[in-house]
Design a protein around this ligand. Structure first.
Ligand SMILES: Cc1ncc(COP(=O)(O)O)c(C=O)c1O
Length: 380
């Protein structure tokens, strides 16, 4: 179900009341499974521990230039003013980076807000949301909350999104196909040529949403991103975030790139009410030319040490293109989680049905050292 075939304007206006209520409530009134996951994760994030490696944050960030810009924003008398000028500057910089017009950018309070809004939009169409499973379900759950139907598609043997199987599930009932590339929790990226072909052909039939939250950490970012297809393919949105490689998860800034009409439609729903310091941090991050490559190098070097340990321990793991690693522990997740916590290391929640696998984020060198020692003890 492409965006070019949405609810009539009138239907959309009528349902927008419900949409608005849903949007306001969505992050607070998720279904039980999601609520349980969210609270478990929030609890874990609040648990005193020396290394919190559960939420794929990037403790190497933010860029010193971003920190300075945020402090300057707070101390230069800008707090009493609305940050509209700064907002335009950020949108302009993003548009330039992505090679699109500013009208094609939608900002979000984290890319999660965009995932939820788009999920809600398509959920209201009552169609099906095709997604890889296990996976990151924020868009999917929002769609379900609004009346859509989730169509989970198992990962392939390499723990990647199975593009052929996902394409085969597209029917007249499909409203959107959601692909996180790289994928969460498995950390894998799909073949770039295959993904581009997928986007070109599937977006003729339905809307395709590609979530590139972790793509800055992958090798060959430029070859892998599908943002270059947005101008030719109407039914496509690409989402990005400042929460991962830029190390600004606490500031909550993300964005989506799509066609101008859909962007305007989404913007009507109050997306992207960012704060002055957050905007200043994002602008300075984008202007810090060497930041991404330098941070990526630190993450990759630390990740290599973890993979070497898993090799030593004889544990299988997915090919990681991210700042986290997904590996087979050979033991129930519950035990591994508890064992790691006893060593003051928090790892991610379980991802059913892969209950003897675990996801661990790359932290600072001292946190990773502690995690490796804990893993030796728990799995060795
Ligand atoms: C695949 C993926 N997409 C999007 C997000 C949302 O991140 P944020 O709302 O911080 O931009 C996350 C967060 O972990 C994620 O893993």
């Amino acid at each position: 179900m492409p965006v070019t075939n949405p609810l009539s304007r009138r239907q959309w206006l009528i349902s927008s009341g419900a949409a608005l209520a849903g949007l306001t409530l969505s992050s607070r009134f998720l279904n039980d499974e999601m609520r349980a996951q969210v609270s478990a994760e929030r609890l874990a994030a609040a648990t005193p521990a020396k290394a919190r490696l559960s939420l794929n944050e990037n403790p190497f960030g933010p860029s010193p230039a971003a920190l300075e810009a945020m402090l300057h924003n707070l101390t230069s008398g800008k707090a009493p003013r609305y940050p509209f000028g700064e907002l335009n500057e950020l949108i302009g910089l993003i548009a330039k980076k992505e090679g699109v017009a500013p009208e094609q950018i939608v900002l979000g309070v984290g890319s999660g807000e965009i995932l939820e809004t788009v999920g809600m939009f398509f959920g209201l169409l009552k169609g099906e949301v095709i997604h890889a499973s296990p996976g990151y379900v924020q868009l999917v759950r929002a769609a379900e909350t609004a009346g859509g139907k989730a169509v989970p598609v198992p990962l392939n043997a390499k723990l990647e999104s199975d593009l052929d199987a996902m394409a085969a599930k597209v029917t007249a009932q499909t409203s959107v196909v959601y692909i996180a590339n790289p994928h969460n929790p498995t950390s894998t990226a799909v073949d770039s040529a295959a993904l581009k072909e997928f986007v070109k052909s599937v977006s003729q039939k339905t809307f395709v949403f590609v979530d590139e939250a972790y793509l800055d950490v992958a090798d060959d970012y430029a070859g892998r991103t599908v943002v270059g297809l947005v101008n030719e393919h109407r039914n496509l949105m690409v989402a990005r975030t400042f929460s991962k490689v830029y190390g600004l998860a606490g500031l909550r800034i993300g964005y989506g790139v799509t066609n101008a009409k859909f962007a305007a439609e989404l913007r009507n729903y109050g997306l992207g009410t960012l704060t002055g310091p957050g905007i200043a941090g994002a602008v300075a991050s984008l202007r810090d030319a060497g930041y991404v490559a330098a941070t990526r190098a630190k993450i990759v070097a630390e990740r290599a040490k973890l993979l070497a340990l898993l090799d030593q321990l004889g544990k299988r793991y997915a090919v990681s293109q991210t700042n986290f690693v997904f590996f087979q522990t050979g033991r129930p997740h519950k035990e591994v989680y508890a064992g790691m916590l006893a060593e003051s290391v928090v790892i991610a929640r379980p991802f059913p049905p892969m209950l003897d696998w675990a996801r661990i984020s790359i932290g600072l060198p001292e946190e990773n050292e502690l995690a490796r020692a804990a893993l030796r003890k728990v799995l060795g």
